[in-house]
Design a binder for this molecule. Structure first.
Ligand code: C2E
Ligand code: MG
Ligand code: MG
Length: 560
């Protein structure tokens, strides 16, 4: 991030590294001082940089990666108007690569393995400092194209507005041209320039009767800091009018994020990152052009930050609880216990008991989910061993695993180690993987799943029907059970269309030669219908809610 009168803000660092373990080590080293973003290959790195335009202070870049390697990332960044200002530190184990990357324009390098955390932290801090000084000196007060302020001066002057008008209620506004690069590509660069100038002109006009200022912060992104306006519809109107006078039927979409009546206690950058946060919620939304920031967005991001920063302590202090739900084979006259599924809960000291939906994706994005999954596997396999011994329970344990585990070469050995230590075999476990995890990187996933199956693990495709797998990909997908998404089950007893869909899914499963497991069964009517359709396995509140281990033992005893 940028200059802020010496005040220190937590900057963003992007770690680009395909090896999970290296990401972890570096991330842990840095997360107290920085907001750490992660990417697992070059393509993802460029996407992340685009998504967080102007926010990332330094990129830590591995050279050897699949998809797009580090050299290619450097070249792509250097060719990009915005990204070329972001300094790069190369992560490498080879000496000759260092020279090559420094020549290409990297600022520094860090040697693997990362055994000197203090040196690493100091080098990163120094690189950021140098690049910010340079960017500040290089920047002019005004943007030459639009004659609006440049970002560094904008922040300074915005702070002056606060200083001289401490009681003025102000808004932070971000304006972004969607797919601006397409405008350039289709109409040419100079037309693109005119679009930007026209937008700047409309902004100036809008501000003419209010206290305020504007800047162009990046190629196609504008900031405004101005006295509070209850609505910005008029600004969108002005901009659209201006653009239509450039070219009739020109379709340029503007996205606007507004943080209204800003909290003056927040640093200026943070107000704009909140406005940007709101703006980003409009991605892919073609019905609205303006999003207003509200506290719940902030609370949500604070919550997510907590999830990430608290997980290590949570694991250490065993705040995670595993609950168990029985699975039944319903083909006979009476349901017969056929398995147990383990779900995780987080008994968080501040937030109370939280369901996985709230933290899974943020832990996945931060490369932390494998820690949790390993914890749950350790606990549930241990618990199964106990039940084996105490009550001779003879069914497998199903665990939900995030796809990230499939990319981790050490995962099969981990699983085996857990089972070995209790004298169990892979046949004692079923791995549930959600359908959506099958949709990206098909080949790699299929390979990983096949490897696990060869060792003897059974794979259940969880939540089938909720994602996007195509029939062709399904055909090549090696699975043992097809888990019908609970969404179908919820309405199967009252919706004929759903019933037909479920029959269709049952046909697909038959074609694949695998049984169907219906989850979320709550009612007898659902149970009857699913049984009639031919679902082999079922689970849900109809039998019982998921229960902690001790209650589950009692449940089993009662059933016996
Ligand atoms: P899932 O594996 O499809 O699990 C089914 C979810 O439905 C569970 O929610 C379960 O508690 C809930 N459920 C079970 N029976 C019924 C019912 O009859 N009615 C209703 N309304 N709900 C029922 P939960 O525990 O919140 O888990 C949500 C998802 O989070 C799971 O979906 C799974 O994909 C994921 N998950 C859970 N535990 C873990 C874990 O340890 N690791 C990973 N990676 N993912 C997990
Ligand atoms: Mg599941
Ligand atoms: Mg499911």
């Amino acid at each position: 991030m940028y200059f802020n009168d010496g005040e220190s803000v937590k900057r963003f660092v992007l770690i680009v590294e395909d090896e999970l373990i290296n990401r972890e080590i570096l991330g842990n080293m840095l997360r107290d001082d920085y907001h750490v973003l992660y990417a697992v290959n070059g393509l993802e790195a460029l996407d992340t940089l685009r998504e967080n335009e102007g926010m990332v202070s330094v990129v830590l870049l591995d050279l050897m990666m699949p998809e797009m390697n580090g050299f290619e990332v450097i070249e792509a960044m250097r060719a990009d108007e915005v990204m070329r200002h972001v300094p790069i530190i190369v992560l490498t184990a080879e000496e000759d690569a260092e020279v090559r990357t420094l020549n290409l324009g990297a600022s520094d390098f860090i040697r693997k393995p990362y055994n000197m955390p203090d040196v690493i932290r100091a080098r990163i801090a120094r690189t950021i400092e140098l690049s910010e000084d340079r960017n500040f000196i290089e920047s002019n007060e005004r943007d030459s194209l639009t004659d609006l302020y440049s970002k560094t001066f904008f922040y300074k002057y915005a702070e002056m507005i606060d200083k001289y008008h401490p009681d003025l209620r102000t808004d932070a506004v971000i304006l972004n041209v969607e797919h601006f690069h397409l405008v350039n590509e289709i109409y040419g660069r100079s037309f693109g320039d005119n679009v930007l100038k026209s937008i700047a002109g409309s902004m100036r006009q809008f501000m003419s009767d209010s206290e305020g200022l504007a800047c162009r912060s990046e190629a196609d992104t504008f900031f405004m800091y101005l006295s509070h306006h209850p609505s910005y519809d008029a600004l969108i109107g002005l901009i659209q009018d201006g653009l239509s006078s450039l070219l009739e039927n020109l379709h340029v979409r503007i996205r606007m994020g507004v943080y209204s009546k800003v909290d003056h206690a927040l640093p200026m950058e943070e107000r704009f990152s909140d406005a940007r946060f709101a703006c980003n919620t409009l991605r892919g939304n073609y019905l609205r052009s303006i999003a207003y920031y509200d506290m719940s967005l902030r609370e949500h991001s604070i919550f997510e930050e907590h999830m990430v920063s608290d997980i290590h302590e949570g694991l250490e202090k065993e705040q995670f609880i595993v609950v168990y739900q029985p699975k039944y084979d319903v083909t006979g006259s009476e349901p017969v216990l056929s398995g147990i599924e383990a779900y995780v809960r987080w008994n968080h000291p501040a937030y109370g008991m939280i369901r996985p939906k709230s933290f899974l994706s943020v832990l996945e994005q931060n490369g932390l989910i494998h820690l949790l999954d390993r914890y749950v596997i350790t606990k549930s396999v241990g618990q199964l061993a106990k039940w084996r011994e105490e009550i001779s329970l003879d069914v497998p344990m199903s665990v939900n695993i995030s796809r990230i585990n499939l990319y981790d070469g050490g995962f099969p050995d981990f699983l085996r180690g857990q089972l070995d230590s209790h004298g169990m075999t892979p046949a004692d476990m079923i791995l549930e993987i959600t359908e959506s995890s099958y949709s990206s990187d098909m080949r790699q996933l299929i390979d990983a799943v096949e490897r696990l199956r060869r060792i003897g693990f059974k794979i259940e495709m969880d939540d089938f029907g909720s994602g996007y797998s195509s029939l062709t990909s399904l055909n090549s997908m090696p699975i043992d059970v097809l888990g019908l998404d609970a969404g179908f089950v919820t309405s199967i007893h009252e919706d004929d269309k759903v019933r037909r869909l479920v029959r269709l899914i049952k046909d697909i499963a038959d074609y694949m030669g695998v049984p169907v497991n219906a989850e979320g069964v709550e009612l007898a009517s659902q149970y009857d219908l699913l049984r009639e359709i031919g679902c082999r396995y079922m689970q849900g509140y109809y039998f019982t809610k998921p229960l902690p281990a001790d209650e589950f033992s009692i449940y089993l005893a009662d059933m016996a």
